[in-house]
Design a protein around this ligand. Sequence first.
Ligand SMILES: Nc1ncnc2c1ncn2[C@@H]1O[C@H](COP(=O)(O)OP(=O)(O)O)[C@@H](O)[C@H]1O
Ligand SMILES: [Mg+2]
Length: 398
Amino acid sequence: MNEVHNPYAPGAGIQPPELTGRDNFLERAETTIKRAVQGMFSKSFIAVGLRGVGKTVLLNRVRDIAKEQNCKVAMLEAHDDKDFPSLIAPAIRRILLDLDRMETISEHVKLSLRAFRSFIRSVKITYKDLEFSLGVDPEIGVADSGDLEVDLPELFVSIGKAAKSRGKVIVIILDELQYLSEKEMSALVMAMHKVVQEQLPIVLMGAGLPLLVGKMGESKSYAERLFEFPKIGALDYTDASSAIVEPARRQNVNFHETALMKIFDLTEGYPYFLQEWAYVCWNVAIGPIIDEGDVEKSTPRVITRLDESFFRVRFDRLTPREKQYLRAMAELGSGPHRSGDIADKLKVPSNKLGPCRSSLITKGMIFSPSYGDTAFTVPLFDQYLKRAMVFSPWNDSE
Ligand SMILES: Nc1ncnc2c1ncn2[C@@H]1O[C@H](COP(=O)(O)OP(=O)(O)O)[C@@H](O)[C@H]1O
Ligand SMILES: [Mg+2]
């Protein structure tokens, strides 16, 4: 069939033609934002799930909802090589300048601009334009201690007051939260804690890999009171089928039930894979009914596409030893696996694997679903590893 009309949307953060199975999440997010607009508190959200389950896509929808409700929105994506203050500063600056530009002068907004100026000086953000285009002096003694766990809460309180003085809600949307350091995560939790205590209109909507929960450390008990951590996972058969069937139906194309079952089998209901399979099936099929044979024809092409993009991007950033560690996990199956079993496979004592394991966690490749267990953050990654490399134990002389 003609690729020009192909409705499917494989790719990170790309809005699917039919967003299924997430009504509950979206309703709750909408309620939270609407309550905030009414000046009422609801827990903020942090969506937790593996890669490719649709977290970013949900955050995009949350952004749209927040904009419809006239909120001031900051949408940010954390990276492992960028610190949190530099990430959030430009967005806060924009929001504050926006609030400042409204008709009347607000003392709270001016004060917040000064606090912000102190903040960017104290965290040593060097963007010259950030500091100088503000047109205010720093507010000495506010958000300038140099300790993020003190300064970020002070900054949030001051921007919260600024927003409140303008009758606005600020919605901070943070993707890839697992890349925040423990210190940054704790500062963020403290900041939201203060905001809630003072009943200020800031809502946080985040998403990240399951390992982010472990990063909350001591701030975890606070976090559990402030946030909900809805789990975003694979779709069940009904939702997976509608995600595929509905966009096709709009163009008078149908999927045979056996084709849907086959796709569900291969993808285990993971949204990214569903989009990939449906996309290639569409291109391969003569139509207007896509059957099991079309799925079979598509599969090798889909796997090549996935191997070259979705799986490959992260794999390429690993050291040879890290790759072998993951390959040993794959050898054991889809997981989770006991650390001891991985060590046995690699023929090294468990304690020697510690640094490699932590670095794989930092890189967002694995996480620990429970004490002593290790699991992949990418669904079906074990199958990819088996295609990509041969297994061998660690060689101690390396
Ligand atoms: N609920 C859903 N139904 C169908 N497809 C979805 C759904 N959620 C996400 N997708 C598709 O899955 C892919 C991955 O989505 P993304 O938001 O990037 O995942 P994540 O941020 O969790 O890694 C995209 O191609 C997107 O269109
Ligand atoms: Mg994402």
